[in-house]
Design a protein around this ligand. Sequence first.
Ligand SMILES: *Cc1c(COP(=O)(O)O)cnc(C)c1O
Length: 432
Amino acid sequence: MTYYSLNHNAPDVSFEEAVVRGLAPDKGLYFPKKIERLSDSFFQNIENLDNVSIAFEVIAPFVGNEIPKNDLKKILKDVLNFDFPLVEIDKNITALELFHGPTMAFKDVGARFMARCLGYFNNKNNNKDNITVLVATSGDTGGAVAHGFLGVKGVDVIILYPSGKVSNIQEKQLTTLGQNITALEVNGVFDDCQAMVKTAFLDQNLKTARTLTSANSINVARWLPQMFYYFFAYKALKHKGKNLVFSVPSGNYGNICAGMMAQKLGLPIHHFVTGTNANSIIPDYLKTGNYKTKTSVSTISNAMDVGDPSNFIRIEELHDHNFDRLKQNLSGYSFNDAETVKAINYLKIHHNYVADPHGAIGYLALKTYLNQNLKVHGVFLETAHPIKFLPVMPKDIVDNMTIPSQIKSILNKEKKSIKISTYQELTDFLIN
Ligand SMILES: *Cc1c(COP(=O)(O)O)cnc(C)c1O
């Protein structure tokens, strides 16, 4: 598969090159040149396919012949070795739980897939120099990437996270692993971390010192596997015979954009809803037609504290940069922290369901949409386990929660991070 840069000022590349580079030299995000619909028979037979077979059909065209069929299947089997349960909340609302992986956030799938692809390419090329994965996190990316890449030969991982702005469990997940994983604790907000990473990729001095790549959701190997969720949900809900609407709590817009890609492949998705916290860039855009990025503000759904969503350009590309077409396919609503907590309590009291703050926003956005659109079935993506957000969860709900084994095992481990404040400190660290 060939990928082009969305800034249209860089050479086309292979899947491998897109994965290794992360971002194109002109700062554009990579986008696949050809998007082909899957066959009717695939959708007719989807009930008879297991997750790995579905994932293979979906991703294989985007990988092309760069990873042999059997190796790709092996990678997918490894990546998808946990469940993606659908939980019925209401007659017309289902939660799709994406948090049953090793770090209990949906980012596990993309991070694990990318790590294994890089590992495969590294091994194939007999690389002598290590690749450095540089990644900024607003909370969940760091842990998922750290776990996904832990022990992958020939890859060093450096994670930048905003000091004091991620939960204790999230911090433990990215600062306690050791081996090839290093955490840099940045005095600033997520956007500062992301800006440093973006600058680093364009820094010629760094390029001569290290082979850098990104593991943020801009990387095609992290972004595209997120399509799987929507196929899994379709498989499970197809028998309802209703139009499906997906509500996705969004920050950098990688997850929802993967859903739109799934739709492009022919998956019958009627409409998308994006729920955001106070960082309401896209809902505001849909309302006003005026695209305005902002400095991110801190909220209790901190994995979505993004003021300049990287993947939105891909969403525009998928809708031919046509605002009306986009509005027909996407609705957006934003909610403040008080509304989020209220929704968490409501879900517990009325549906005996414990949602995390991100999932709760997905639920709220879906409810808002369903108020005006009755005849559809809504699925909201529950993107993280509520245990990861203990400090902001209502206390009586927390008191009754059991700590999953994935989390228990890291709580007593010692945090190891290196504090930095400036880009200069980052380059000093990378070069020395
Ligand atoms: C990353 C993250 C999101 C936002 O996903 P995007 O793909 O960046 O829009 C939502 N919820 C949780 C728990 C996350 O970790």
